[in-house]
Design a protein around this ligand. Structure first.
Ligand SMILES: Cc1ncc(COP(=O)(O)O)c(C=O)c1O
Length: 395
């Protein structure tokens, strides 16, 4: 078949918001209760039920949830937290903002996730915890991480921002009490969205009240109860807290997105495997791993790595060439340690990088791009993506 350039631009992702979400949103607006209230409370209950956990608190973002959990865990200036550079910078930013030091360990190039074998060498007397990231929606190898954490008396917080609905060892990612907490993101690019939004799973009942307090100005009570008939108009600030609550108009979207999530993820899985099938054996491309029975992918991203030495183009030129064919792509992510701030930071804190550097993170970070993937993508769209890739490679 002769190649035909796509006529309209195909974005790399698009949120799937339907009439149910819109109706629920309007209902919120009309009810007079726009900010955090009954819908946010219901959303939290449904999130907890979905994940099979006791407590799941809704937040304004995954980043805000991570700020609160690090504060709750009383991370002190100079404390070290081991994590990966192959993540969004917020994973590191929240540690730095709390005064901690993000100590980096390299990834397993097969999965793009932190390599547990590289974590142990990074542990020092100042290490407090480990933050693995389930990048692309593929669960990190948690069993090895939990065992190591237990041996060294460290906590584990899972960055499950990209992994809502993924499974690990037969449970929902983020639901295992061997981690102290997990965070999810509901940003519009994620597998389900509330506009901006996030959630925090907490396994320790003792942390719950303070987490709620730190989420909302350090106030003791749920704000919405203050103005209801049974509530008291008084507030009491117990400590300086953040403003990190999820609004009802956001929860309105989330309530319906959550119901659709498993269907969305199943469709993503079909498209992910179809990409694998269509691109199998293409010279110059490294295809992603689809997970296994223990690491149950939620297919958030289909991340391709191109080998410039075989393709004759570097990643950025390849991305541009696809854009010229009307195919949008994403980059998830440039490793955090090469961003301007972190270049300086690790120059000043060289002990926080491994002596051998992060060769696998850098190799993949230079070569990766995310292909269009969302539940509404059609097989015909996908065929055009693959045809455009072949066309670019042929040239
Ligand atoms: C791995 C990872 N961690 C954290 C975040 C932050 O999520 P949010 O935008 O909800 O704060 C993201 C979002 O892009 C992410 O991909």
């Amino acid at each position: 078949m002769t190649y035909q350039r796509r006529e309209t631009f195909l974005p790399f992702t698009r949120p799937m918001v339907g009439p149910e979400e819109i109706e629920e949103f309007i209902d919120s607006v009309n009810s007079g209760w726009i900010t955090t209230g009954p819908k946010a409370a219901r959303f939290e209950e449904e999130l907890a039920a979905y994940n099979g956990v006791k407590h799941c608190l809704a937040f304004s973002s995954a980043t805000a949830a991570q700020e609160v959990i690090l504060q709750l865990l009383e991370l002190q200036p100079g404390d070290e937290v081991i994590t990966t550079s192959m993540t969004w910078a917020s994973t590191l930013n929240t540690i730095v903002l709390q005064g901690g030091i993000p100590v980096l360990a390299d990834i397993d190039p097969k999965t793009l996730n932190i390599d547990p074998e590289r974590i142990e060498a990074r542990i020092t007397p100042r290490t407090r915890g480990i933050i693995p990231v389930h990048l692309t929606g593929l669960p990190a190898p948690m069993v090895a991480i939990w065992e190591m954490a237990e041996r060294h008396g460290l906590w584990v917080v899972e960055d499950a921002a990209q992994a809502m609905g993924a499974h690990h060892g037969g449970r929902k990612v983020g639901s295992d009490p061997r981690s102290v907490a997990s965070v999810y993101s509901f940003h519009p690019n994620k597998n389900m969205t509330t506009g901006e939004g996030g959630a925090l799973v907490l396994h320790d009942d003792r942390l719950l009240d303070r987490a709620k307090r730190l989420r909302f100005h350090g106030i003791e009570k749920d704000a919405w109860k203050r103005f209801s008939k049974e509530g008291s108009p008084h507030t009491e600030v117990m400590e300086p807290g953040r403003k990190a609550n999820l609004m009802d108009i956001q929860a309105a979207l989330g309530l319906h997105q959550l119901k659709k999530l498993d269907g969305f993820n199943a469709r993503r899985g079909v498209l992910f495997r179809r990409y694998l099938e269509l691109l199998k054996g293409t010279d110059g491309l490294v295809l992603p791993w689809e997970g296994d029975a223990v690491h149950g992918h939620c297919f958030h991203l289909f991340v391709l790595r191109i080998q410039p030495e075989r393709v004759g183009l570097d990643r950025d030129a390849f991305v541009q060439a696809l854009k010229d064919e009307n195919i949008g792509t994403g980059i998830h992510y440039r490793p955090a340690h090469i961003h301007a701030f972190y270049r300086d930071y690790y120059t000043q804190n060289p002990q926080a990088l491994p002596p051998e550097g992060l060769p696998h993170s850098e190799w993949s970070g230079d070569r990766l791009l995310s292909l269009p993937l969302w539940p509404g993508l059609t097989e015909a769209d996908q065929d055009q993506v693959v045809a455009a890739i072949r066309q670019v490679l042929k040239r």
